[in-house]
Design a protein around this ligand. Structure first.
Ligand code: FE2
Length: 291
């Protein structure tokens, strides 16, 4: 008889400014952190670790040992606190191997010099489909789910799946596919892999964009996605999904923090090196988005 999967504790932190979920997943003392956020004020260009501090407080309160910081992908909507938390926790930081393609593409956009090497060295581990990481009693299985980006991963930990930017809450649908490296047909295939997981799998979402009538909801069942997801419920074929996604993406503006976020996140969340004691972000003019 097959053993029931672990049912790890999952603590969700909702970052209201960017509608992003950060997760602490733990069993016993072992923990991993998924998609931590570094606060960034686009008007003043001030960063803050207030949101990461809440994660740190939770970890200390529960006397956890964080072994891995995991990114589901190179985020374009928020800055990552991955580098900060790996320092604080002495943990390793991992992302999909596809990050090298994202780095190469955006190194060109941002005009980074030779000191930025787009080979993933900024991270401690580059992950591929089928890889397994360990944190105490927890096994973390890696499933490649590209489409929103080249490097999209889903992390399977016991009965929980952290799906990154694939499906959102059923009434919201799915992630956009119009960033460089995005591909709606690939996203459709990735979502089918997620929906084929065991029926009892808890899906934990990367974002929620709740209407004012409800709170943000982090967790969803596979059945709810199959029955109600407005973009990919049962019966919607790939060709229809791709047509819908392509038409919808043509109407979307880039995320508000895309330029600051991408240049920091391809550095694994490390802020740019100091020049004269100050760190500067770059804003390439007339190179990004639609004219
Ligand atoms: Fe994303």
């Amino acid at each position: 008889m097959q053993q029931a999967p672990h049912r790890p504790e999952v603590k969700a932190f909702f970052h209201a400014d960017t509608c992003t979920f950060t997760y602490v997943v733990h069993e016993g003392r072992a923990a991993v952190v998924i998609d931590p956020v570094l606060d960034y004020n686009a008007v003043t260009a001030r960063t803050s670790t207030a949101s990461a501090d809440a994660v740190i407080a939770y970890v200390h309160e529960h006397r956890l040992t964080v072994e891995w910081i995991l990114e589901t992908h190179a985020h374009a909507d928020h800055l990552s606190a991955g580098d900060h938390l790996r320092d604080v926790f002495g943990a390793h930081l991992a992302i999909g191997r596809g990050i090298t393609q994202v780095q190469a593409r955006f190194k060109t956009l941002f005009g980074f010099g030779e000191d930025f090497v787009p080979d993933g060295r900024q991270f401690d581990r580059l992950l591929e489909d089928g890889d397994v990481l360990h944190a105490g009693v927890l096994d973390i299985r890696v499933m490649a789910t590209p489409g929103h980006t080249d490097d999209g991963l889903t992390y399977l930990i016991g009965d929980a799946a952290f799906v990154g930017d694939t499906v959102f809450a059923p009434e919201t649908g799915t992630a956009r596919c119009d960033f460089p490296g995005g591909d709606a047909a690939r996203l459709y295939a990735s979502i089918q892999k997620i929906l084929a997981l065991p029926a009892g799998t808890r899906l934990f979402l990367c974002h929620d964009y709740p209407p004012v009538t409800r709170e943000a909801v982090a967790e969803c069942s596979i059945a709810a996605q199959q029955q109600n997801n407005v973009h990919v419920k049962r019966g919607i074929e790939e060709v229809d999904f791709v047509a819908m996604r392509t038409a919808r993406d043509a109407t979307l503006a880039p995320p508000r923090l895309a330029l600051p976020a991408l240049q920091v996140n391809i550095r694994a969340g490390r802020l740019p090196p100091e020049e004269d004691g100050v760190r500067y972000l770059r804003l390439p003019l007339n190179r990004f988005g639609k004219s």
